[in-house]
Write a protein that binds this ligand. Structure first.
Ligand SMILES: *Cc1c(COP(=O)(O)O)cnc(C)c1O
Length: 468
């Protein structure tokens, strides 16, 4: 049973939030075409849309912002940023950029040729899109334990190393310019990767002379899970675990909007001097001079401090504890969740909860709308609305394995009381689940429809054939 984790900070600055009236909530979501991305943030009470760039900074980070040196070249914050990243990520060359997807763009533009394969434990959306944009083939190789609901294996974020070796053998190592490991494995639920798995990938890459990179957005949360669950690491500091993880990789790309504890930022860090030189040319072209890379001096300072703070073990115990506690509350409220919980979000299986709504009518979206209507809570559908529909390239009808709703928790932002409130709303939805209805899309763009499409709620008895 999870205990309630105690926040290892007290609150010095507050931002007021308020719950719009029921009447207002019903009107706002209807005006937004039942698409939660289209609702104004000020009309949201508790916002669990994403953990990316939404967290709270510490007093040290805010103090650091005042020390911003906005010189064009070689400002003081750059040296702090560079030294921090060299130390934690164990790399010789550091390139700043304004967010993670730019690191991906710069790396893949430099090392990918059309037709190359990029294996990953699971690609994050922007990583996949950047790989494909350069003509690469993005291959997801999640480990077999992931689909075993009876397994309590703690490292379900791992890559399938057998499948990795088989892929390299099949296509030839010259067509695999890099193997990427996403820590934690965001797209499967923020689940961690073990040190043993990382070491094995290093060996496979060495055998075939292939580069090994991390997509390191949640490296701190991953290192903490290794300390908690992998034998031999119990007595190590999380920082030394993070350093060891990174030492096995040739390079790192990172979105600092997650474990950088900052609202914007990212970087690439590599050991190879020639590669660093090539990356730098493109960086200057698209982001800026290599000592700021599209960021303000003050942002570089906030990130340098955030990267160190994220390795604080009281913080990480609270952070992962809060997610586990939230998952337990949602389960107690009657929600089927994906378990074990990972580092940054809880996923509700809306497909299981709402069997009366077919995937084509978006059970996850129905629940998402209900969270807002009943509680002013913003969550996000991760199912047929986000990943289904027609593939714009092949015309194939895509259908994801599960109809999920993600409740991502921003870092150091919401108290346990606020999450308890969200779980109460979930409990009300569970009680009334038979009344929930499906949705139909009324207008959709060609790509990434979930961001902008509009929908309407279906009427009639949801258990019967739905009418228009
Ligand atoms: C957020 C994220 C990215 C992209 O970073 P942005 O800063 O949003 O551009 C890439 N990979 C992973 C694993 C992420 O979580």
């Amino acid at each position: 049973m999870s205990k309630k984790p105690i926040e290892p900070f007290r609150i010095k600055v507050t931002e007021p939030i308020s719950l719009p009236s029921e009447e207002e909530r019903l009107a706002k979501i209807e005006e937004a075409g039942y698409n939660i991305f289209r609702v104004k943030a000020e009309d949201i009470f508790i916002d669990l849309l994403t953990d990316s760039g939404t967290g709270a900074m510490s007093q040290h980070q805010w103090a650091g912002m005042m020390l911003g040196d906005e010189s064009y070249a070689c400002g003081r914050n750059w040296y702090h940023f560079e030294a921090t990243i060299k130390n934690i990520f164990q790399k010789r060359f550091v390139l700043p950029c304004h967010q993670g997807r730019v690191a991906e763009n710069i790396l893949f533009s430099t090392i990918l040729k059309p037709g190359d394969f990029v294996p990953n434990n699971t690609h994050f959306d922007t990583t996949r899109a950047n790989t494909m944009h350069k003509g690469g083939v993005a291959v997801d190789l999640p480990c077999p334990e992931l689909d075993d609901e009876t397994s309590d294996f703690p490292f379900k974020g791992n890559i399938d190393t057998e499948a990795l070796s088989a892929l390299i053998k099949k296509v030839g190592p010259e067509r695999v310019p890099v193997v990427v490991m996403t820590v934690t494995n965001n797209s499967v639920g923020g689940l961690p990767v073990s040190m043993a798995n990382i070491k094995e990938v290093r060996q496979i890459c060495d055998q075939h002379n292939i580069r090994f990179f991390f997509d390191a957005a949640r490296f701190g949360e991953n290192a903490y899970f290794i300390k908690k669950h992998e034998s031999g690491f119990e007595d190590r500091t999380v920082k030394s675990i993070a350093q060891e993880m990174c030492a096995y990789a040739d390079g790192v790309m990172m979105s600092a909007k997650k474990d950088g504890l900052a609202n914007m930022g990212g970087f690439l860090a590599v050991n190879d001097e020639d590669l660093a030189g090539q990356l730098k040319e493109l960086l200057i072209l698209i982001e800026g001079f290599p000592t700021y890379g599209g960021l303000n001096g003050r942002d570089l300072e906030a990130i340098s401090i955030g990267l160190q703070e994220v390795l604080n073990e009281d913080y990480l115990a609270y952070r992962t504890g809060q997610i586990e506690y939230f998952g337990m509350l949602l389960q107690q409220a009657g929600c089927p969740i994906v378990s074990p919980t990972g580092g940054h979000a809880v996923f509700i299986d809306a497909g299981k909860l709402l069997p009366q709504i077919e995937p084509a009518h978006f059970p996850g979206q129905s629940m998402t709308v209900e969270f807002y209507r009943r509680g002013g809570v913003r969550v996000v559908e991760i199912g047929s609305l986000m990943f289904g529909g027609e593939d714009p390239n092949t015309g194939e009808i895509l259908s994801p394995k599960k109809e999920l709703v993600r409740l991502a928790v921003p870092r150091r932002m919401y108290t346990n009381t606020q999450l308890e409130y969200v779980a109460e709303i979930a409990g009300e939805i569970v009680k009334d689940r038979e009344k929930l209805r499906g949705y139909k899309i009324t207008q959709e763009p060609q790509f990434l429809r979930h961001f902008t499409c509009t929908m309407k709620e279906m009427v009639g008895n949801p258990a019967k054939v739905p009418s228009d």
